[in-house]
Write a protein that binds this ligand. Structure first.
Ligand code: PLP
Length: 487
């Protein structure tokens, strides 16, 4: 290989020379390998104050280009210290997620291809690979063939599109005439449990339905939607001239990973001819584990279902899959083909821009396809199964201890728990918050919290591909250490 001068600046025109690209490309892959190998030396939570990074960056762009050496050294010096390391195996906060090597390769190739997947002809590979990959995933999840998959960026956007398709099915000419200023339009209602993710509220706001269109249904002692309350709410609304049109059920709620009783909700949805959307953004992936497939029981009768490979299928952010039984309604809601996008084949092919607000879309199927091929169905299932085993192990330690208690069942790899010491001087919420901040301040692990029945609860979520029993044992020790300090 010809030697490449270091600190070379960009030439007057054109991209980076090929030899330089090759050289830095190799270096960057080495850098990423080192990052993963040594990540445990870094604090999980960024140790900076708001504004620290901005203060170190020039406020105006460079007039002349800079060398890759200079740029990469700033990644080390400025960017890495300002990162909260989601790839750290002791990242247990929110929903722990992780990228994976085949996923990173997929992202890299996708950046090189740089296709805008808007029409079939602008991206045949992206369009057709997406159909095939999502069909593989559908089979791995045990969903039936009627469910067609489509990739969006996030579950928030997937759910918003599902509700838009449901609204299109109401046949009130909302696409053509909108909702404002219409005396002929009744209040349209969507139902979701009190534990549903805030993305449902936001989708409803974005679609112009208004927050009062969302009726929150209470949950039972295990945080699952109360289906009697759901049926009563629908009946009451109908008596009052409101039009119920959509139910959003959740498989794996954000706070506790509870699973709404889908078969019963399906029955109610069918009785009232309503659209059922299932938010399985987090837990849906667990259905690739054969013995856990039952978590999607009933979902084959849903109208749509979202799950996020970027949560628990080792796919780098972002990648969210919407399975929908009525792509025709999604298309009716969003297809709009100006002259400059008309193609001779358009009636016979799928074009991404017909199914959502975006025109161009990233080639996200590539990374998912590479991940499924590299790990295989069995490999993916084994990793998720192991995460669930680790969560059960941690939950077992909690149950055996007099100082801690579980605050919710553990159906997947999320444990909700709190300290309950009898002798502490602090009130329990303050104590638990102090323990969490204490653990997080060590830099060795990161936890997050929620409130259940108005009580502060700690959450430990296991979802990183590099998390092992050693990491779970370590966070348990850190928690007990913090508990002793606050006694
Ligand atoms: N739905 C559930 C159940 C979630 O837990 C989350 C995020 O954690 C979302 C939706 C939103 O996901 P996204 O960030 O992909 O929009």
């Amino acid at each position: 290989m010809k030697p490449v001068a270091r600190n070379r600046l960009a030439s007057a025109l054109g991209d980076m020379p090929a030899d330089e690209f090759r050289r830095y490309g190799h270096e960057l892959i080495d850098w990423i390998s080192d990052y993963f190998e040594n990540i445990e030396d870094l604090p999980v939570l960024a140790r900076i104050e708001p504004g620290d990074l901005k203060a170190q960056l020039p406020s105006s762009p460079p007039e002349q280009g800079e060398s890759m050496d200079t740029i990469l050294s700033d990644v080390d010096k400025l960017i890495v210290p300002a990162l909260t390391h989601w790839s750290h195996p002791s990242f247990f906060a929110y929903f722990a997620t992780s990228t994976s090597a085949p996923g990173i390769f997929g992202e890299l190739l996708s950046a090189a291809f740089d296709v805008k997947s808007m029409l079939w002809r602008t991206s045949p590979a992206s369009t057709e690979l997406e159909e095939v990959t999502l069909d593989w995933l559908r089979q791995m999840l045990g969903l039936d063939v009627g469910m067609s998959g489509f990739i969006y960026d996030t579950a928030s956007v997937s759910s918003m599109h599902a509700i838009a398709a449901a609204r299109e099915g109401v046949e009130m000419r909302i696409r053509e005439e909108g909702m404002s200023g219409r005396k002929d339009l009744p209040l349209l209602r969507v139902y979701a449990s009190e534990q549903a993710h805030s993305s449902i509220d936001k989708g409803i706001i974005t679609l112009g339905l208004g927050q009062k269109s969302l009726r929150k249904i209470p949950t039972d002692a295990e945080f699952r939607m109360d289906t009697e309350a759901l049926a009563d709410a629908i009946d009451e609304d109908k008596r009052n001239g409101i039009v119920p049109f959509c139910i959003v059920a959740t498989v794996g709620t954000t706070s506790t990973s509870s699973v709404d009783p889908i078969p019963e909700i399906v029955r109610i949805g069918e009785k009232y001819a309503m659209w059922l959307h299932v938010d399985a953004a987090y837990a849906g992936s667990a259905a690739v584990v054969p013995e856990m497939r039952h978590i999607l029981d009933g979902c084959n009768r849903a109208d749509s279902l979202v799950l996020n490979p970027h949560k628990w299928l080792f796919t780098p952010f972002d990648c969210s899959v919407l399975y929908c039984r009525h792509l025709d309604l999604l298309r009716r809601a969003f297809s709009l083909v100006p002259e400059y996008l008309r193609t001779p084949e358009q009636e016979n092919v799928r074009s991404g821009s017909d199914y959502g607000v975006q025109l161009g879309r990233r080639f996200r199927a590539l990374k998912l396809w590479m991940i499924i091929r590299y790990f295989g169905h069995e490999g993916l299932a084994a990793r998720i199964r192991e995460h669930c085993r680790l969560a059960r192990k941690f939950a077992g330690w909690i149950e055996q201890s007099n100082d801690w208690e579980l605050t919710a069942p553990v159906p997947f790899a999320l444990v909700c728990f709190r300290a309950k010491p009898r002798s502490s001087r602090m009130n329990p919420d303050e104590l638990n918050e102090a323990i969490m901040h204490g653990v997080n301040a060590t830099g060795k692990a990161l936890l997050s919290h929620t409130k259940l029945n108005d009580k502060l609860t700690l959450r430990l979520s296991i979802g990183n591909i590099r998390t092992t029993e050693r990491h779970v044992t370590q966070v348990w020790e850190l928690l007990n250490d913090q508990l002793q300090r606050h006694r």
